[in-house]
Design a protein around this ligand. Structure first.
Ligand SMILES: NC(=O)c1ccc[n+]([C@@H]2O[C@H](COP(=O)([O-])OP(=O)(O)OC[C@H]3O[C@@H](n4cnc5c(N)ncnc54)[C@H](OP(=O)(O)O)[C@@H]3O)[C@@H](O)[C@H]2O)c1
Length: 306
């Protein structure tokens, strides 16, 4: 089968389209004919070799984790799914495999796609929705009526976080560049700060900051917090609490528990999926280059034909 592979660590230029064999399916697994895959910055970090301590990979490695598709075969122990079912999910980062024509994965990690959800929409959700949920409600303990500042609000995680925080009854402030201000407002933000021309450090009494950026953005976020406020960062794993405020690193492990909620929210019209761009599998490298600019507006996707 065709797949986007790496045989050495590096930038998107090390990604090649080649033939690879699908591994054998175990009795509790399913084979999925992939229709779409969602890109995440983690794909770039894995390819660069930065994640070897946490998610070690072996070469050749098929890139990608978030996917959607149609079940082609199920193992003998699988009773809740059958060939022909539309499903989506996220493979373990060390396993990868989403930027390919087929994938073998534990059937327990698959969630059915409702008829009104497209393959592209489904492939956009696992990492972005799950991470936003975990950051806001598990790490961030966000409650109704609280004030939350969401940096990079037009990015993959940001678009989901703005909507989830708004639905939870929080007062939502997002940062984004000028061209994305209206988008972030349309997702439910009460205020959007143009990150290039306006200064978010003037804010005060924020209960929670969601930080997908780190560095200077994280450093400048501490003074906006109320006493006892929290920062949930997606990128600074050495964060420590300071001056009565709590810093917590978010480490997203499994999308599986959050997939049914993503489906419910989508079906009830509460969740929009924002698509930046869609590339064919053959263009996995340009797709990753697009993501690597750091300016995706929603999700960059791959559409796969079998
Ligand atoms: N810890 C975890 O478990 C976990 C899980 C998921 C993601 N992450 C990490 O979280 C980060 C965000 O992920 P993502 O999927 O949302 O990425 P993404 O979709 O690539 O984010 C793109 C967005 O980031 C914004 N941005 C870029 N530089 C910025 C800056 N200096 N200040 C403010 N905004 C900036 C861009 O806004 P403009 O276009 O307006 O510049 C763009 O909208 C990545 O580093 C990812 O690896 C970590």
């Amino acid at each position: 089968m065709k797949a986007a592979l790496i045989r050495t660590f590096g930038g998107p230029d090390v990604v090649t389209i080649g033939e690879t064999a699908l591994r054998d399916m175990r009795p509790d697994e399913a084979t999925v004919r992939i229709q779409a895959a969602g890109l995440n910055p983690l794909d770039l970090k894995i390819a660069a070799g930065y994640m070897q301590q946490v998610f070690p990979i072996e070469f050749p490695y098929v890139c990608g984790n978030d996917f959607s598709g149609v079940i082609e075969a199920v193992g003998a122990q699988v009773t809740h799914l059958q060939p022909g079912d539309r499903v989506f999910g996220r493979s373990m980062p060390s396993a990868g495999g989403a930027f390919a024509q087929r994938l073998v994965i534990a059937a327990g990690d698959l969630c059915p796609i409702p008829p009104e959800m497209s393959f592209e929409q489904a492939a956009s959700l696992p990492t972005a929705f799950g991470t936003a949920h975990q950051a806001l409600f598990d790490s961030g303990r966000l409650e109704r009526g609280q004030r939350v500042l969401i940096h990079a609000a037009a990015g993959g995680v940001g678009c989901m976080a703005v909507q989830l925080a708004h639905l939870a009854g929080a007062y939502v402030i997002g940062t984004a560049s000028a061209g994305n201000v209206e988008l972030v407002k349309s997702l439910g933000a009460d205020e959007v700060i143009d990150r290039r021309t306006q200064d978010f450090t003037q804010l005060r009494d924020i209960d929670l900051v969601l930080d997908p950026i780190g560095g200077e953005t994280l450093e400048k976020s501490w003074p906006v917090l109320r006493d006892g406020g929290r920062i949930a960062t997606l990128v600074e794993f050495g964060i420590e609490s300071r001056n009565g405020c709590i810093g917590e690193a978010v480490f997203f492990r499994s999308a599986t528990p959050s997939l049914p909620e993503a489906v419910r929210r989508f079906q009830s019209g509460q969740l929009q999926v924002v698509t930046d761009s869609i590339f064919p599998l053959e263009d996995a490298r340009p797709a990753l280059e697009k993501l690597a600019t750091g300016h995706a507006r929603g999700k960059v996707l791959i559409r796969t034909s079998s």
